[in-house]
Design a protein around this ligand. Structure first.
Ligand SMILES: Cc1cc2nc3c(=O)[nH]c(=O)nc-3n(C[C@H](O)[C@H](O)[C@H](O)COP(=O)(O)O)c2cc1C
Length: 216
């Protein structure tokens, strides 16, 4: 692969639009599109038992070639939008990377992790400038990283509920990812999603007794 230069002539990010929208769609109504996408039928049965979804989720680094239905991608993105955010200022943005070339570049930017070249690649970025509290910048950055992380977590669970698998990528070179996305926003995580090549059992966790510190 040839070297990547930040000023390469890539197409700039464009507006996202879900597969379908309400007949009476009004961009002035904030939740209309979100509610429509959340209500819309997925392509196959969804596991609606939240705790079963949590129990079964397992990181997947090998994806099958089966394409992910657009309605599922819409729902995964919508799920992120339902997450709580500091002051409801929604201090994060999602970059939905469709370009195969950019996905390959992201593999390099993520410490050469080949799983990043996945059917669906979402990059969650912090946007502290949206957080309009009168607090010092470091607090706004702290809120933005929490907003972006929580949103990615919601998307990850939604993907599982839709019969998909995912891998959370936290090991990346921030500047390289920003150059590829052509953004000033700092990424907090990548979520790579697809149908798993094979299903696996959940990994062991420590005993709940060792997890919790009870404070009186
Ligand atoms: C903050 C964070 C960073 C992670 N970074 C990576 C990563 O860069 N590459 C990777 O393959 N997995 C990464 N993971 C996935 C973890 O390795 C995985 O969640 C963990 O081993 C537990 O497995 P499970 O998700 O199947 O329960 C990351 C997970 C988190 C929460």
């Amino acid at each position: 692969m040839r070297d990547f230069h930040p000023d390469d002539d890539f197409a700039s990010p464009e507006e996202y639009s879900p597969e379908s929208s309400p007949d009476d769609f009004d961009p002035g109504l904030p939740n209309q599109l979100l509610d429509f996408v959340l209500r819309s039928e997925p392509a196959e049965v969804v596991d609606t038992d939240l705790f079963a979804v949590m129990k079964k989720r397992r990181s997947t680094r090998k994806f099958s070639d089966k394409p992910v239905e657009t309605v599922k991608i819409d729902k995964i993105i919508a799920a992120a939008d339902t997450a709580p955010t500091a002051g409801n200022f929604q201090g994060f943005e999602i970059f939905y990377v469709k370009s195969p070339e950019k996905k390959r570049l992201l593999v390099d930017a993520c410490n050469f992790q080949s799983c990043v070249d996945a059917p669906i690649v979402l990059v969650f970025c912090k946007n502290p400038s949206r957080v309009k509290f009168n607090f010092p910048p470091y607090v706004l950055r702290k809120f933005a990283i929490q907003d972006a992380t929580l949103a990615a977590g919601y998307s990850q669970l939604a993907a599982q509920a839709l019969g998909l698998s995912s891998i959370w990528i936290g090991m990346f070179d921030e500047q390289k990812v920003m150059d590829i996305l052509q953004t000033d926003l700092v990424p907090s995580s990548l979520l790579c999603i697809g149908y798993p090549k094979q299903s696996k059992f959940p990994k062991p966790r420590r005993n709940l007794k060792d997890l919790v510190n009870v404070v009186w």
